[in-house]
Structure formats: structure tokens, C-alpha cells
Design a protein around this ligand. Structure first.
Ligand code: ADP
Ligand code: MG
Length: 558
């Protein structure tokens, strides 16, 4: 078929309907696939790639790893990425809801509704849902740590087995609580590293900083002299510059034409270096981090003095070292004074997995590090993803501490109101508003089905209780029944649900507006015009706290 034929085909009356139907169908299929993974009792998907098998029930992970051919399904998958990027959770819900909205829309289109009417109705309904969300949300006591644990537990339930989930929730909450009081971009005070080897429960939260010397440029200087493995009660200096000869002018005065000149130059150098060494020993410094390089000879001299030297420390790590040890970076060693020297309970070099690490431990540190362990790279990656998302979610929740009941409760509350609201609107749009309410109920229905409950009975009971304004009645996934789930700690940040509704509505609206697919052939870079293989740049892209660049080469923050 020629390009022209193709265009003719998709712009004609029949072609339009076909394209729209195919687009909608693709979104629905993706969403149906993920429905069974929703919630604490959701089942895993086995993702089989070339030579790798991954078991997960995390929607974001699944769509990230899937080879998605259909452009429409890719748009829906992108919603999941956006969702987990914004709030670190809710990707499956967003896809399931988007698919349900498309499914409802497809019946309406079959009945002769114009896509614009459907989209307008959906927008009206989503706006209404936003208002209801404010009404049913509540503000918990900010100092009640158990709220944070519940928020995290609800968010990560089902992503892993129960024991590991509980362990990781606790770790994430402790990491966040440790930096909660700090000002500014507090997530930069949390460093997260994943290292393959050991079990998940070997993971630890430590006060101080963990530097991966392979991933970071920070490295231990190679020297002939033996260097200590561990320095206890360390005095730490940080130099924000290179440690080489500071006055090249003095050296260049020598012509080096005779041996005497060379010797004089060396003597000069040695003298300069002696001053550096003395500056350090005057303040009893035993660990030195240098932002740039350290001259060979100086390294050896320092090693002989028993000083542990790390060079090429990254700028962000310099800031973290400041927070961890209280050291104030100096530009030159001559500028070192008592106030600029920091301290640490211990600085040690350790080998973990295949990597070499420097661990700076200090109980008064305002920098904390999470060191995640796990049997394989895959386990560690998945664990890292969970903890990163959880800490991001907590930060977000702390900024907007409004809660809603999970387990589908909030969706039923929204649906109940939106349906009533739709009935009050007199025009055709009302039908789409009510369809939106039906789509929202897909969430509790899926949760009920996954928990082994009868989906229809469950929905009827949920509707009945919500009709009496019991807005926190939902599916209790663990006990397997319909109950006030907020009593059981199944609570979620209101903003998370707000984003789920908004993202799903956007995706559905986007796809419903498509009335033709025009194949343009492969794009120049051969990627088909869509970078679906990109790194996990979602969560918190743009900056606040960094994780180990192995698994997640992005900086995250809000
Ligand atoms: P998502 O990617 O959307 O976060 P999940 O698989 O994590 O998907 O499922 C989230 C849903 O599971 C939310 O609706 C949440 O309220 C619900 N949920 C979490 N824990 C429970 C629980 N113990 N009982 C019932 N529902 C729960
Ligand atoms: Mg979740």
C-alpha cells in the first residue's frame, strides 16, 4: 500500500472509525492485562526477555520493561511513567482507570456519541471528582509516625512478599524521618545505594554517607605505602581544589639545564608538600577528601603519615560530606583551621558485591544513607525502586498531608458523587459523566476480584454503604471483606489519587481525540519515534536525591 493510500484509508469515514476503535482497544487491552496485578493480593506477571525472567506485579515496572508495539498502548504506558514520576506510586491504578475510561467510551462511540462529547463529559466528571476528593480527604496528626508507616505500607504492599515489604517500609520511613526536620531540599540528605549480594534484610540505614567509588569518581589514591582499612574517631578534611604545587611560577624559574636546578626544583616541591602534610597533622586530620586530584608524591607522603586520602570527590558528595561530618571545605590546605575539620565515628573502606565503597559513619550526621542488599542485581534494582518511590512519596505527603482511604474506598466515594452529579446535568454530556463514575469503580471491583471476593456483590455492598456517606468503606485486601479500611491503616495521600484521576483522564482524552493513524515509517534514528527503552527517568527526575548510578542513573527529587 502506498503512503497516499494509507492516508486515504485512515481519513475516510470508515477509516476514522477503525482507527479510533483500534486505538481505544489497545489501551483497553493493556489495562486489562494489569488489572490482575492491582492491590495487595494482585498477582505477578512474568516478564520474559532475552535470557532474563523478571517476576513483578508493579505496574510501572511492567510497562517499563514491556516491548509495546501499539502506539496507543504506548501513550497509556507513558501515563504510568508520568504517574510514578510525579508521586512514586499509582501507575497500575492510572493504567487500569485509563483503560476503563476507554472501554466505557467505546460503548458510547458505538451508540453514536461524538468523541468530543465524551471527552467533555470526562473532563467535567474529573473536575467534579477533584472537588469530592477534597471533601472526603482528612488531615492526620503530622507527628504521628504510624501514619507515615501506613502510607508507605499501602503504597508498596504487593510489590514484594510480606516480610520484605514490611522491612522496606520501615527502612524508608526511618530514612525519611531522619531528614524530615532538615530544611531545603531535604531529599538530597538521603543517599540510596543498592549492592547485589546478601539478603534484603541485610540492608541498613546508616547515619552518614556511603560513596560507591566505582560509580563515583571519588577514589582511593593508589599508593605504594599501606593505607588503613578503617579509621575510627576520624578527623576529616575536605579540600575543594586540587592538591598539587600551588605556585608553578616558583618552579618555572628554574631552567632545568643542570642537575642542580632539578634538585632545587624537587627540594622546592618537597618543601611545599611538607607544608601540606604539616597543615594536616597540625589539625590531627586522618582522612582527606579532595575534590580534584592529588599529586603522586604527596599521596605517598600522606600515606606514610597514615592519612587516608580520597581524590576526585564529586561536588554533590562534597556537600554530603559537609552534612555528614561537619567539615567545611577549604580551597587550600593552608586555609585549614580547627573549624573546618569535621569528624566521623568511623571512615572505612569496604568491598561489597563487586564494588568498593567508602562508608563515613557519624551519629550526628544530617546525611543518611540507605544501603540496600539483595541476592541479585534484579532484586536490588527492584528493592531500590521501592525505597526510592517510598521516600519520594513520603516527602510529597509531608508537604501535602491529606489522606484518603484506599482499597477502592475513595474511588467508590468519587463515583457515588459523580454519578449523582451527572444525573443533575440535563444534556448528552451527562451520559459520559456517569460513564466516568462506572470507570472509577473498576478499581474496587478489580481489588475485590483479586482478593477472591465476588466482584458484583462487593460492588453492590460498597455502593450501599457509600450511599449512606460512609466514605471510607473499601475492600480489605488482607482480611478479604468490605470494611472501613482506614481503620486497618489502608490510607493513601490524596494527591496520589488526584494524579491517578488526572493522568488517566488525560490519557483517555488524548486517545479519544485521535481519529486517524498515519504511518510515517521508521524515524531517522530507527527507534520508531518513541524512546520506550529509556532509563527509568520517571521518579522524581530533575533532581533532589541521588541513588546509585548503577541501576538508576538519574537524579531524583521533586
Ligand atoms: P498502583 O501501581 O496503582 O499503586 P498497586 O498494585 O500498588 O497499584 O495497588 C494499589 C491499590 O491497592 C490502591 O487502590 C490501594 O488502596 C490498594 N491497597 C493497598 N493495600 C491494600 C490493602 N491492604 N487492602 C486493600 N487495598 C489495598
Ligand atoms: Mg502501589
Amino acid at each position: 500500500m502506498s503512503g497516499l493510500d494509507r492516508i486515504a484509508n485512515v481519513t475516510g469515514e470508515v477509516g476514522e472509525r477503525d482507527a479510533a476503535a483500534a486505538t481505544v482497544r489497545a489501551g483497553v487491552v493493556l489495562s486489562e492485562m494489569l488489572r490482575t496485578t492491582l492491590g495487595p493480593t494482585g498477582r505477578d506477571k512474568m516478564l520474559v526477555g532475552d535470557g532474563t525472567v523478571v517476576l513483578t506485579n508493579d505496574g510501572a515496572s511492567i510497562v517499563d520493561r514491556m516491548e509495546i508495539e501499539s502506539p496507543a498502548a504506548r501513550i497509556v504506558a507513558d501515563v504510568a511513567r508520568a504517574q510514578s514520576g510525579e508521586v512514586g506510586d499509582g501507575a497500575t491504578s492510572a493504567i487500569v482507570l485509563a483503560g476503563a475510561l476507554l472501554d466505557e467510551a467505546s460503548s458510547l462511540l458505538d451508540d453514536g456519541f461524538h468523541p468530543t462529547t465524551v471527552v467533555d463529559g470526562y473532563r467535567t466528571a474529573a473536575a467534579r471528582a477533584g472537588t469530592v476528593l477534597d471533601d472526603v480527604a482528612w488531615t492526620p496528626d503530622p507527628d504521628d509516625g504510624s501514619t507515615r508507616r501506613n502510607v508507605v505500607a499501602t503504597s508498596i504492599t504487593g510489590r514484594w512478599d510480606e516480610a520484605r515489604t514490611a522491612f522496606l517500609s520501615d527502612l524508608a520511613v526511618r530514612a525519611f524521618d531522619a531528614v524530615r526536620g532538615s530544611s531545603g531540599r531535604r531529599l538530597s540528605n538521603v543517599t540510596i545505594h543498592g549492592v547485589a549480594g546478601g539478603g534484603t534484610t541485610d540492608s541498613e540505614l546508616l547515619d552518614g554517607l556511603v560513596v560507591d567509588t566505582d560509580a563515583s569518581s571519588t577514589s582511593l589514591s593508589e599508593v605504594a605505602a599501606p593505607v588503613p582499612q578503617r579509621v575510627d574517631d576520624a578527623r576529616v578534611a575536605v579540600v575543594d581544589d586540587e592538591l598539587t604545587i600551588q605556585s608553578p611560577d616558583a618552579v618555572s624559574r628554574y631552567s632545568f639545564e643542570d642537575v642542580g636546578d632539578l634538585e632545587r626544583a624537587q627540594a622546592f616541591e618537597t618543601g611545599e608538600y611538607r607544608r601540606y602534610v604539616e597543615a594536616l597533622s597540625a589539625h590531627d586530620v586522618d582522612v582527606l577528601f579532595c575534590q580534584k586530584s592529588v599529586d603522586d608524591r604527596l599521596r605517598t607522603m600522606l600515606a606514610r603519615e597514615g592519612v587516608l586520602v580520597f581524590e576526585r570527590t564529586r561536588q554533590d558528595e562534597v556537600h554530603k560530606l559537609e552534612r555528614a561530618t561537619g567539615a567545611r571545605p577549604v580551597m587550600r590546605l593552608d586555609a585549614l583551621d580547627t573549624a573546618s575539620v569535621g569528624r566521623a565515628d568511623a571512615v572505612e573502606r569496604v568491598t561489597l558485591g563487586d564494588g568498593a565503597f567508602v562508608i563515613v559513619r557519624e551519629s550526628t550526621s544530617s546525611q543518611v544513607s540507605v544501603l540496600l542488599r539483595g541476592g541479585t542485581d534484579h532484586v536490588v534494582d527492584e528493592t531500590e525502586r521501592i525505597v526510592v518511590d517510598a521516600v519520594g512519596l513520603l516527602d510529597e505527603f509531608d508537604a501535602r498531608p491529606r489522606l484518603v482511604a484506599g482499597g477502592g474506598a475513595v474511588e467508590v466515594a468519587l463515583a457515588t458523587d459523580v454519578r449523582r452529579y451527572g444525573r443533575r446535568i440535563g444534556d448528552r454530556e451527562a451520559v459520559a459523566v456517569e460513564a466516568f463514575a462506572d470507570a472509577l469503580e473498576t478499581i474496587p471491583v478489580s481489588l475485590a476480584r483479586n482478593a477472591g471476593l465476588d466482584p458484583i456483590d462487593s460492588l453492590l455492598e460498597l455502593r450501599r454503604r457509600h450511599a449512606d456517606d460512609e466514605t471510607r468503606i473499601g475492600v480489605d485486601g488482607e482480611a478479604g471483606g468490605i470494611a472501613d479500611v482506614s481503620d486497618r491503616g489502608v490510607v493513601e495521600p490524596a494527591r496520589l489519587k488526584r494524579r491517578v484521576v488526572a493522568n488517566a483522564t488525560d490519557a483517555a482524552a488524548l486517545l479519544l481525540r485521535i481519529d486517524g493513524i498515519i504511518e510515517t515509517g521508521p524515524s531517522e534514528d530507527g527507534s520508531g519515534g518513541h524512546d520506550h527503552d529509556h532509563d527509568h527517568d520517571g521518579p522524581h527526575a530533575g533532581g533532589e536525591f541521588e541513588t546509585d548510578p548503577h541501576g538508576y542513573p538519574w537524579a531524583i527529587g521533586h
